[in-house]
Design a protein around this ligand. Structure first.
Ligand code: KG4
Ligand code: ZN
Length: 330
């Protein structure tokens, strides 16, 4: 039987476990989301997140192994997220992985969640080629990076305040759309027209981002327009985000001359983001690689995929939780 990696992801509010082979085929995956637990707090409540991971993790691992009819002897390794993320949540995944690795005599690797998002584009099919420009847009991060090859990361810019995903979630709350905010905004925006002009913060120069002004601007508009149209506000908000993201991406394409643009992270699940990125890469004459939509948001398949790099490239890592682990660190 082909050897598999058991991937474990518990960095935030999803308990996800997957089995992935060296070519990126996903033999089984199971993800338990905690949306319902956190929705009343309007954000992830760390103490409840780690408790929920603790309850879910072993049954989820058992289910994935049973579904794929896999035993520990079929495993090449276990790969588990060690950061960035919430300390308590990371610890549940790491200690479970460490215990199983010892009991099963299987090597266990601590994986950088951001590397996982980047490697999500190679799930099911090899897509990424170098040099690559990477736009990572998730709930925890918004960053633009240039990768000369798979191990040389140049961080071009990041956000000074909110991430794009956070901004989608907060605007969704302002519009009364609940959690998860991203998909709800997508649906409303698809039905609206972007006739309202929201600001495009920091669009004029550089690679740094800022989204909190845009978020406040949407909140102010809603407060001062009693009869506002939810679809139009969502469409105008998405348009402002996309103008900022695409302007910075085009600037980086011009300056860094990458062969590929990879757009990853939860917000890369948005049809509007995918369409706009397709448009600008077509214009620039470079290829676009996107993870299949279901692998854009946090999942263990991308962590297992990234774990193969640690084996193939002999990357040094350990099982210490690193809540602030940065891009480019193993
Ligand atoms: O990558 P991810 O699952 O978790 C982090 O690593 O942070 O990203 C979560 C973020 C959330 O803010 C969520 O609203 C956003 O991704 N998101 C979306 C969509 N699905 C998830 N944003 C826009 N459109 C979507 N379909
Ligand atoms: Zn993530």
């Amino acid at each position: 039987m082909t050897k598999l990696i058991l991937g474990i992801e518990t960095s935030c509010d999803d308990t996800s476990v997957a089995l992935v082979d060296q070519r990126g085929n996903v033999a089984a995956i199971e993800t338990v989301s905690q949306y319902e637990i956190h929705s009343e707090f309007g954000g992830v409540y760390p103490e409840l997140a780690s408790r929920a991971h603790l309850e879910a993790i072993l049954p989820v691992i058992k289910k994935v192994m049973t579904t794929a009819q896999v035993t520990p002897s079929d495993l090449r390794a276990i790969g588990v997220t060690r950061g960035p993320g919430l300390m308590g949540s990371l610890l549940v995944g790491l200690s479970t992985a460490q215990a199983l690795g010892m009991a099963w005599d299987v090597p266990t690797y601590g994986v950088n969640h951001l590397r996982g998002h980047i490697r999500s584009v190679d799930l099911e099919e090899k897509r990424l080629s170098y040099p690559a420009l990477v736009l990572l847009v998730s709930g925890g991060h918004t960053l633009l990076a240039f990768l000369q090859d798979q191990n040389s990361y140049e961080l071009l810019g990041t956000t000074r305040d909110d991430s794009v995903g956070e901004c989608y979630d907060k605007v969704a709350r302002t519009l009364g759309l609940g959690m998860p905010g991203g998909p709800a905004i997508d649906r409303m925006a698809a039905a609206g027209t972007s006739r309202i002009k929201f600001p495009r913060p920091m669009i004029k120069s550089g690679y740094e981002f800022s989204f909190s002004g845009l978020k406040s601007s949407v909140a102010r508009y809603v407060e001062t327009h009693a009869e506002f149209d939810v679809n139009d506000v969502a469409a105008a908000f998405v348009d402002a985000c996309l103008d900022v993201l695409s302007t910075k991406v085009l600037r980086a394409i011009e300056n860094k001359q990458p062969a590929t643009l990879a757009v990853v992270g939860g917000v890369a699940a948005s049809p509007q983001v995918r369409a706009r990125m397709q448009m600008i890469t077509d214009e620039a004459g470079i290829s676009l690689c996107l993870p299949p939509q279901k692998w854009a948001t946090d999942n263990a398949a991308m962590i297992a995929m990234a774990s193969w790099d640690y084996i193939e490239q002999g990357l040094e890592t350990d099982l210490e939780p690193k809540p602030n682990l940065r891009l480019g660190e193993a």
